[in-house]
Design a protein around this ligand. Sequence first.
Ligand code: AMP
Length: 392
Amino acid sequence: METSVLVINCGSSSIKYALVPKDPARPRLSGLAERLGSSNARLKGTDSNGETFEQSLGAADHTEALEAILGRLEGRLPVAVGHRIVHGGERFTRATLIDDEVVAAIEQTATLAPLHNPANLTGLAATRRLFPDLPQVAVFDTAFHQSLPPRAYRYALPEALYRDHGIRRYGFHGTSHAYVSRRADALSGLEGGGWLTAHLGNGCSTCAVWKGQSLDTSMGLTPLEGLVMGTRSGDVDPGLHAHLSRQLGWTIERIYEVLNRGSGLLGLSGLTNDVRELEAAEAEGHPGAALAIKVFCYSVAKSLAALSCALPRLDGLVFTGGIGENSPLVREQIIALLPHFGLQLNRTVNSETIRGQEGRIDAGGRQLWVIPTDEEGQIATETRQRLEETAA
Ligand code: AMP
């Protein structure tokens, strides 16, 4: 019997999918439909033999793209659909079975994530139309961080902004931090350890996890707060916006665009947001690339040091995400900035741990782990757990 969960991550012009079997030994089918809404939408992915495919979808919308995805599932009808939903506000503290009332509640949180939640909802509506008989579960990026205490999630702003408008820190990348911290618990044998996790990809965030619960995280009301990222600035002086507006006459749209898409590693280097290219450019003496890597690593180390305050005990650090999993240089620079944590890096193992490998990279002292994230697997697991609890 088929026991796979279809994981759907729907953006405004794209749908990422993965058919995740319960048995990890069975192959996953996965892919991406992109440029939806344009005249040259495409679907690319990998089949069960590991072969890649690419097909034109013409002017497909989300429903048509989902139909094409269905055609790529090799006749394997999933038992449920798990949807990645970016923002669950304060209402959703865990994966939730979708019904009309839940959809209405997700719509209400759209003001907190105007770029993400409406796109997630488009995918949700299309999937419900296409699979009316399958249970569908929403898995929220914010849910793992609902265990933050008020001292970590409240901004020092007038109380009414929190009470009437929900302005507080929510945190994101929750499925990734949840997955790698649980994996670190299992791999280390320290069930319920104190971990600092660093998800370093195009978006970057850190998290302090104690006994499987998030106690603090670097992203806030939106995914712009915290670390320097690929194209996002991370923390800046809150006075910056007024300054740019008054002194340079910038509109709020322009400020938003620059902080989200023109800053971070890209803005600092003037070259690229891709760490592979930055490392190569630094080796050739590009000063902007060297500076971007330095500022990036310092911002991660500073955030980890700050988040350590949230933990009763620190057992170790976990690196994940495209940069965290693949850049020994970035890991080494971050660890070198935290000598007071009692970290000892095994340079040889560190340099060999790349491309999706799990590895313990310390040479004693506190534990240092590289753990490839598996957001799709985590969404499938939470979807299954939710269904089992509902059935019980
Ligand atoms: P993600 O968003 O997790 O897919 O991460 C994407 C980012 O990972 C890219 O923009 C690169 O900066 C980084 N990355 C991927 N592969 C490598 C690599 N081999 N070395 C350094 N950085 C990498």
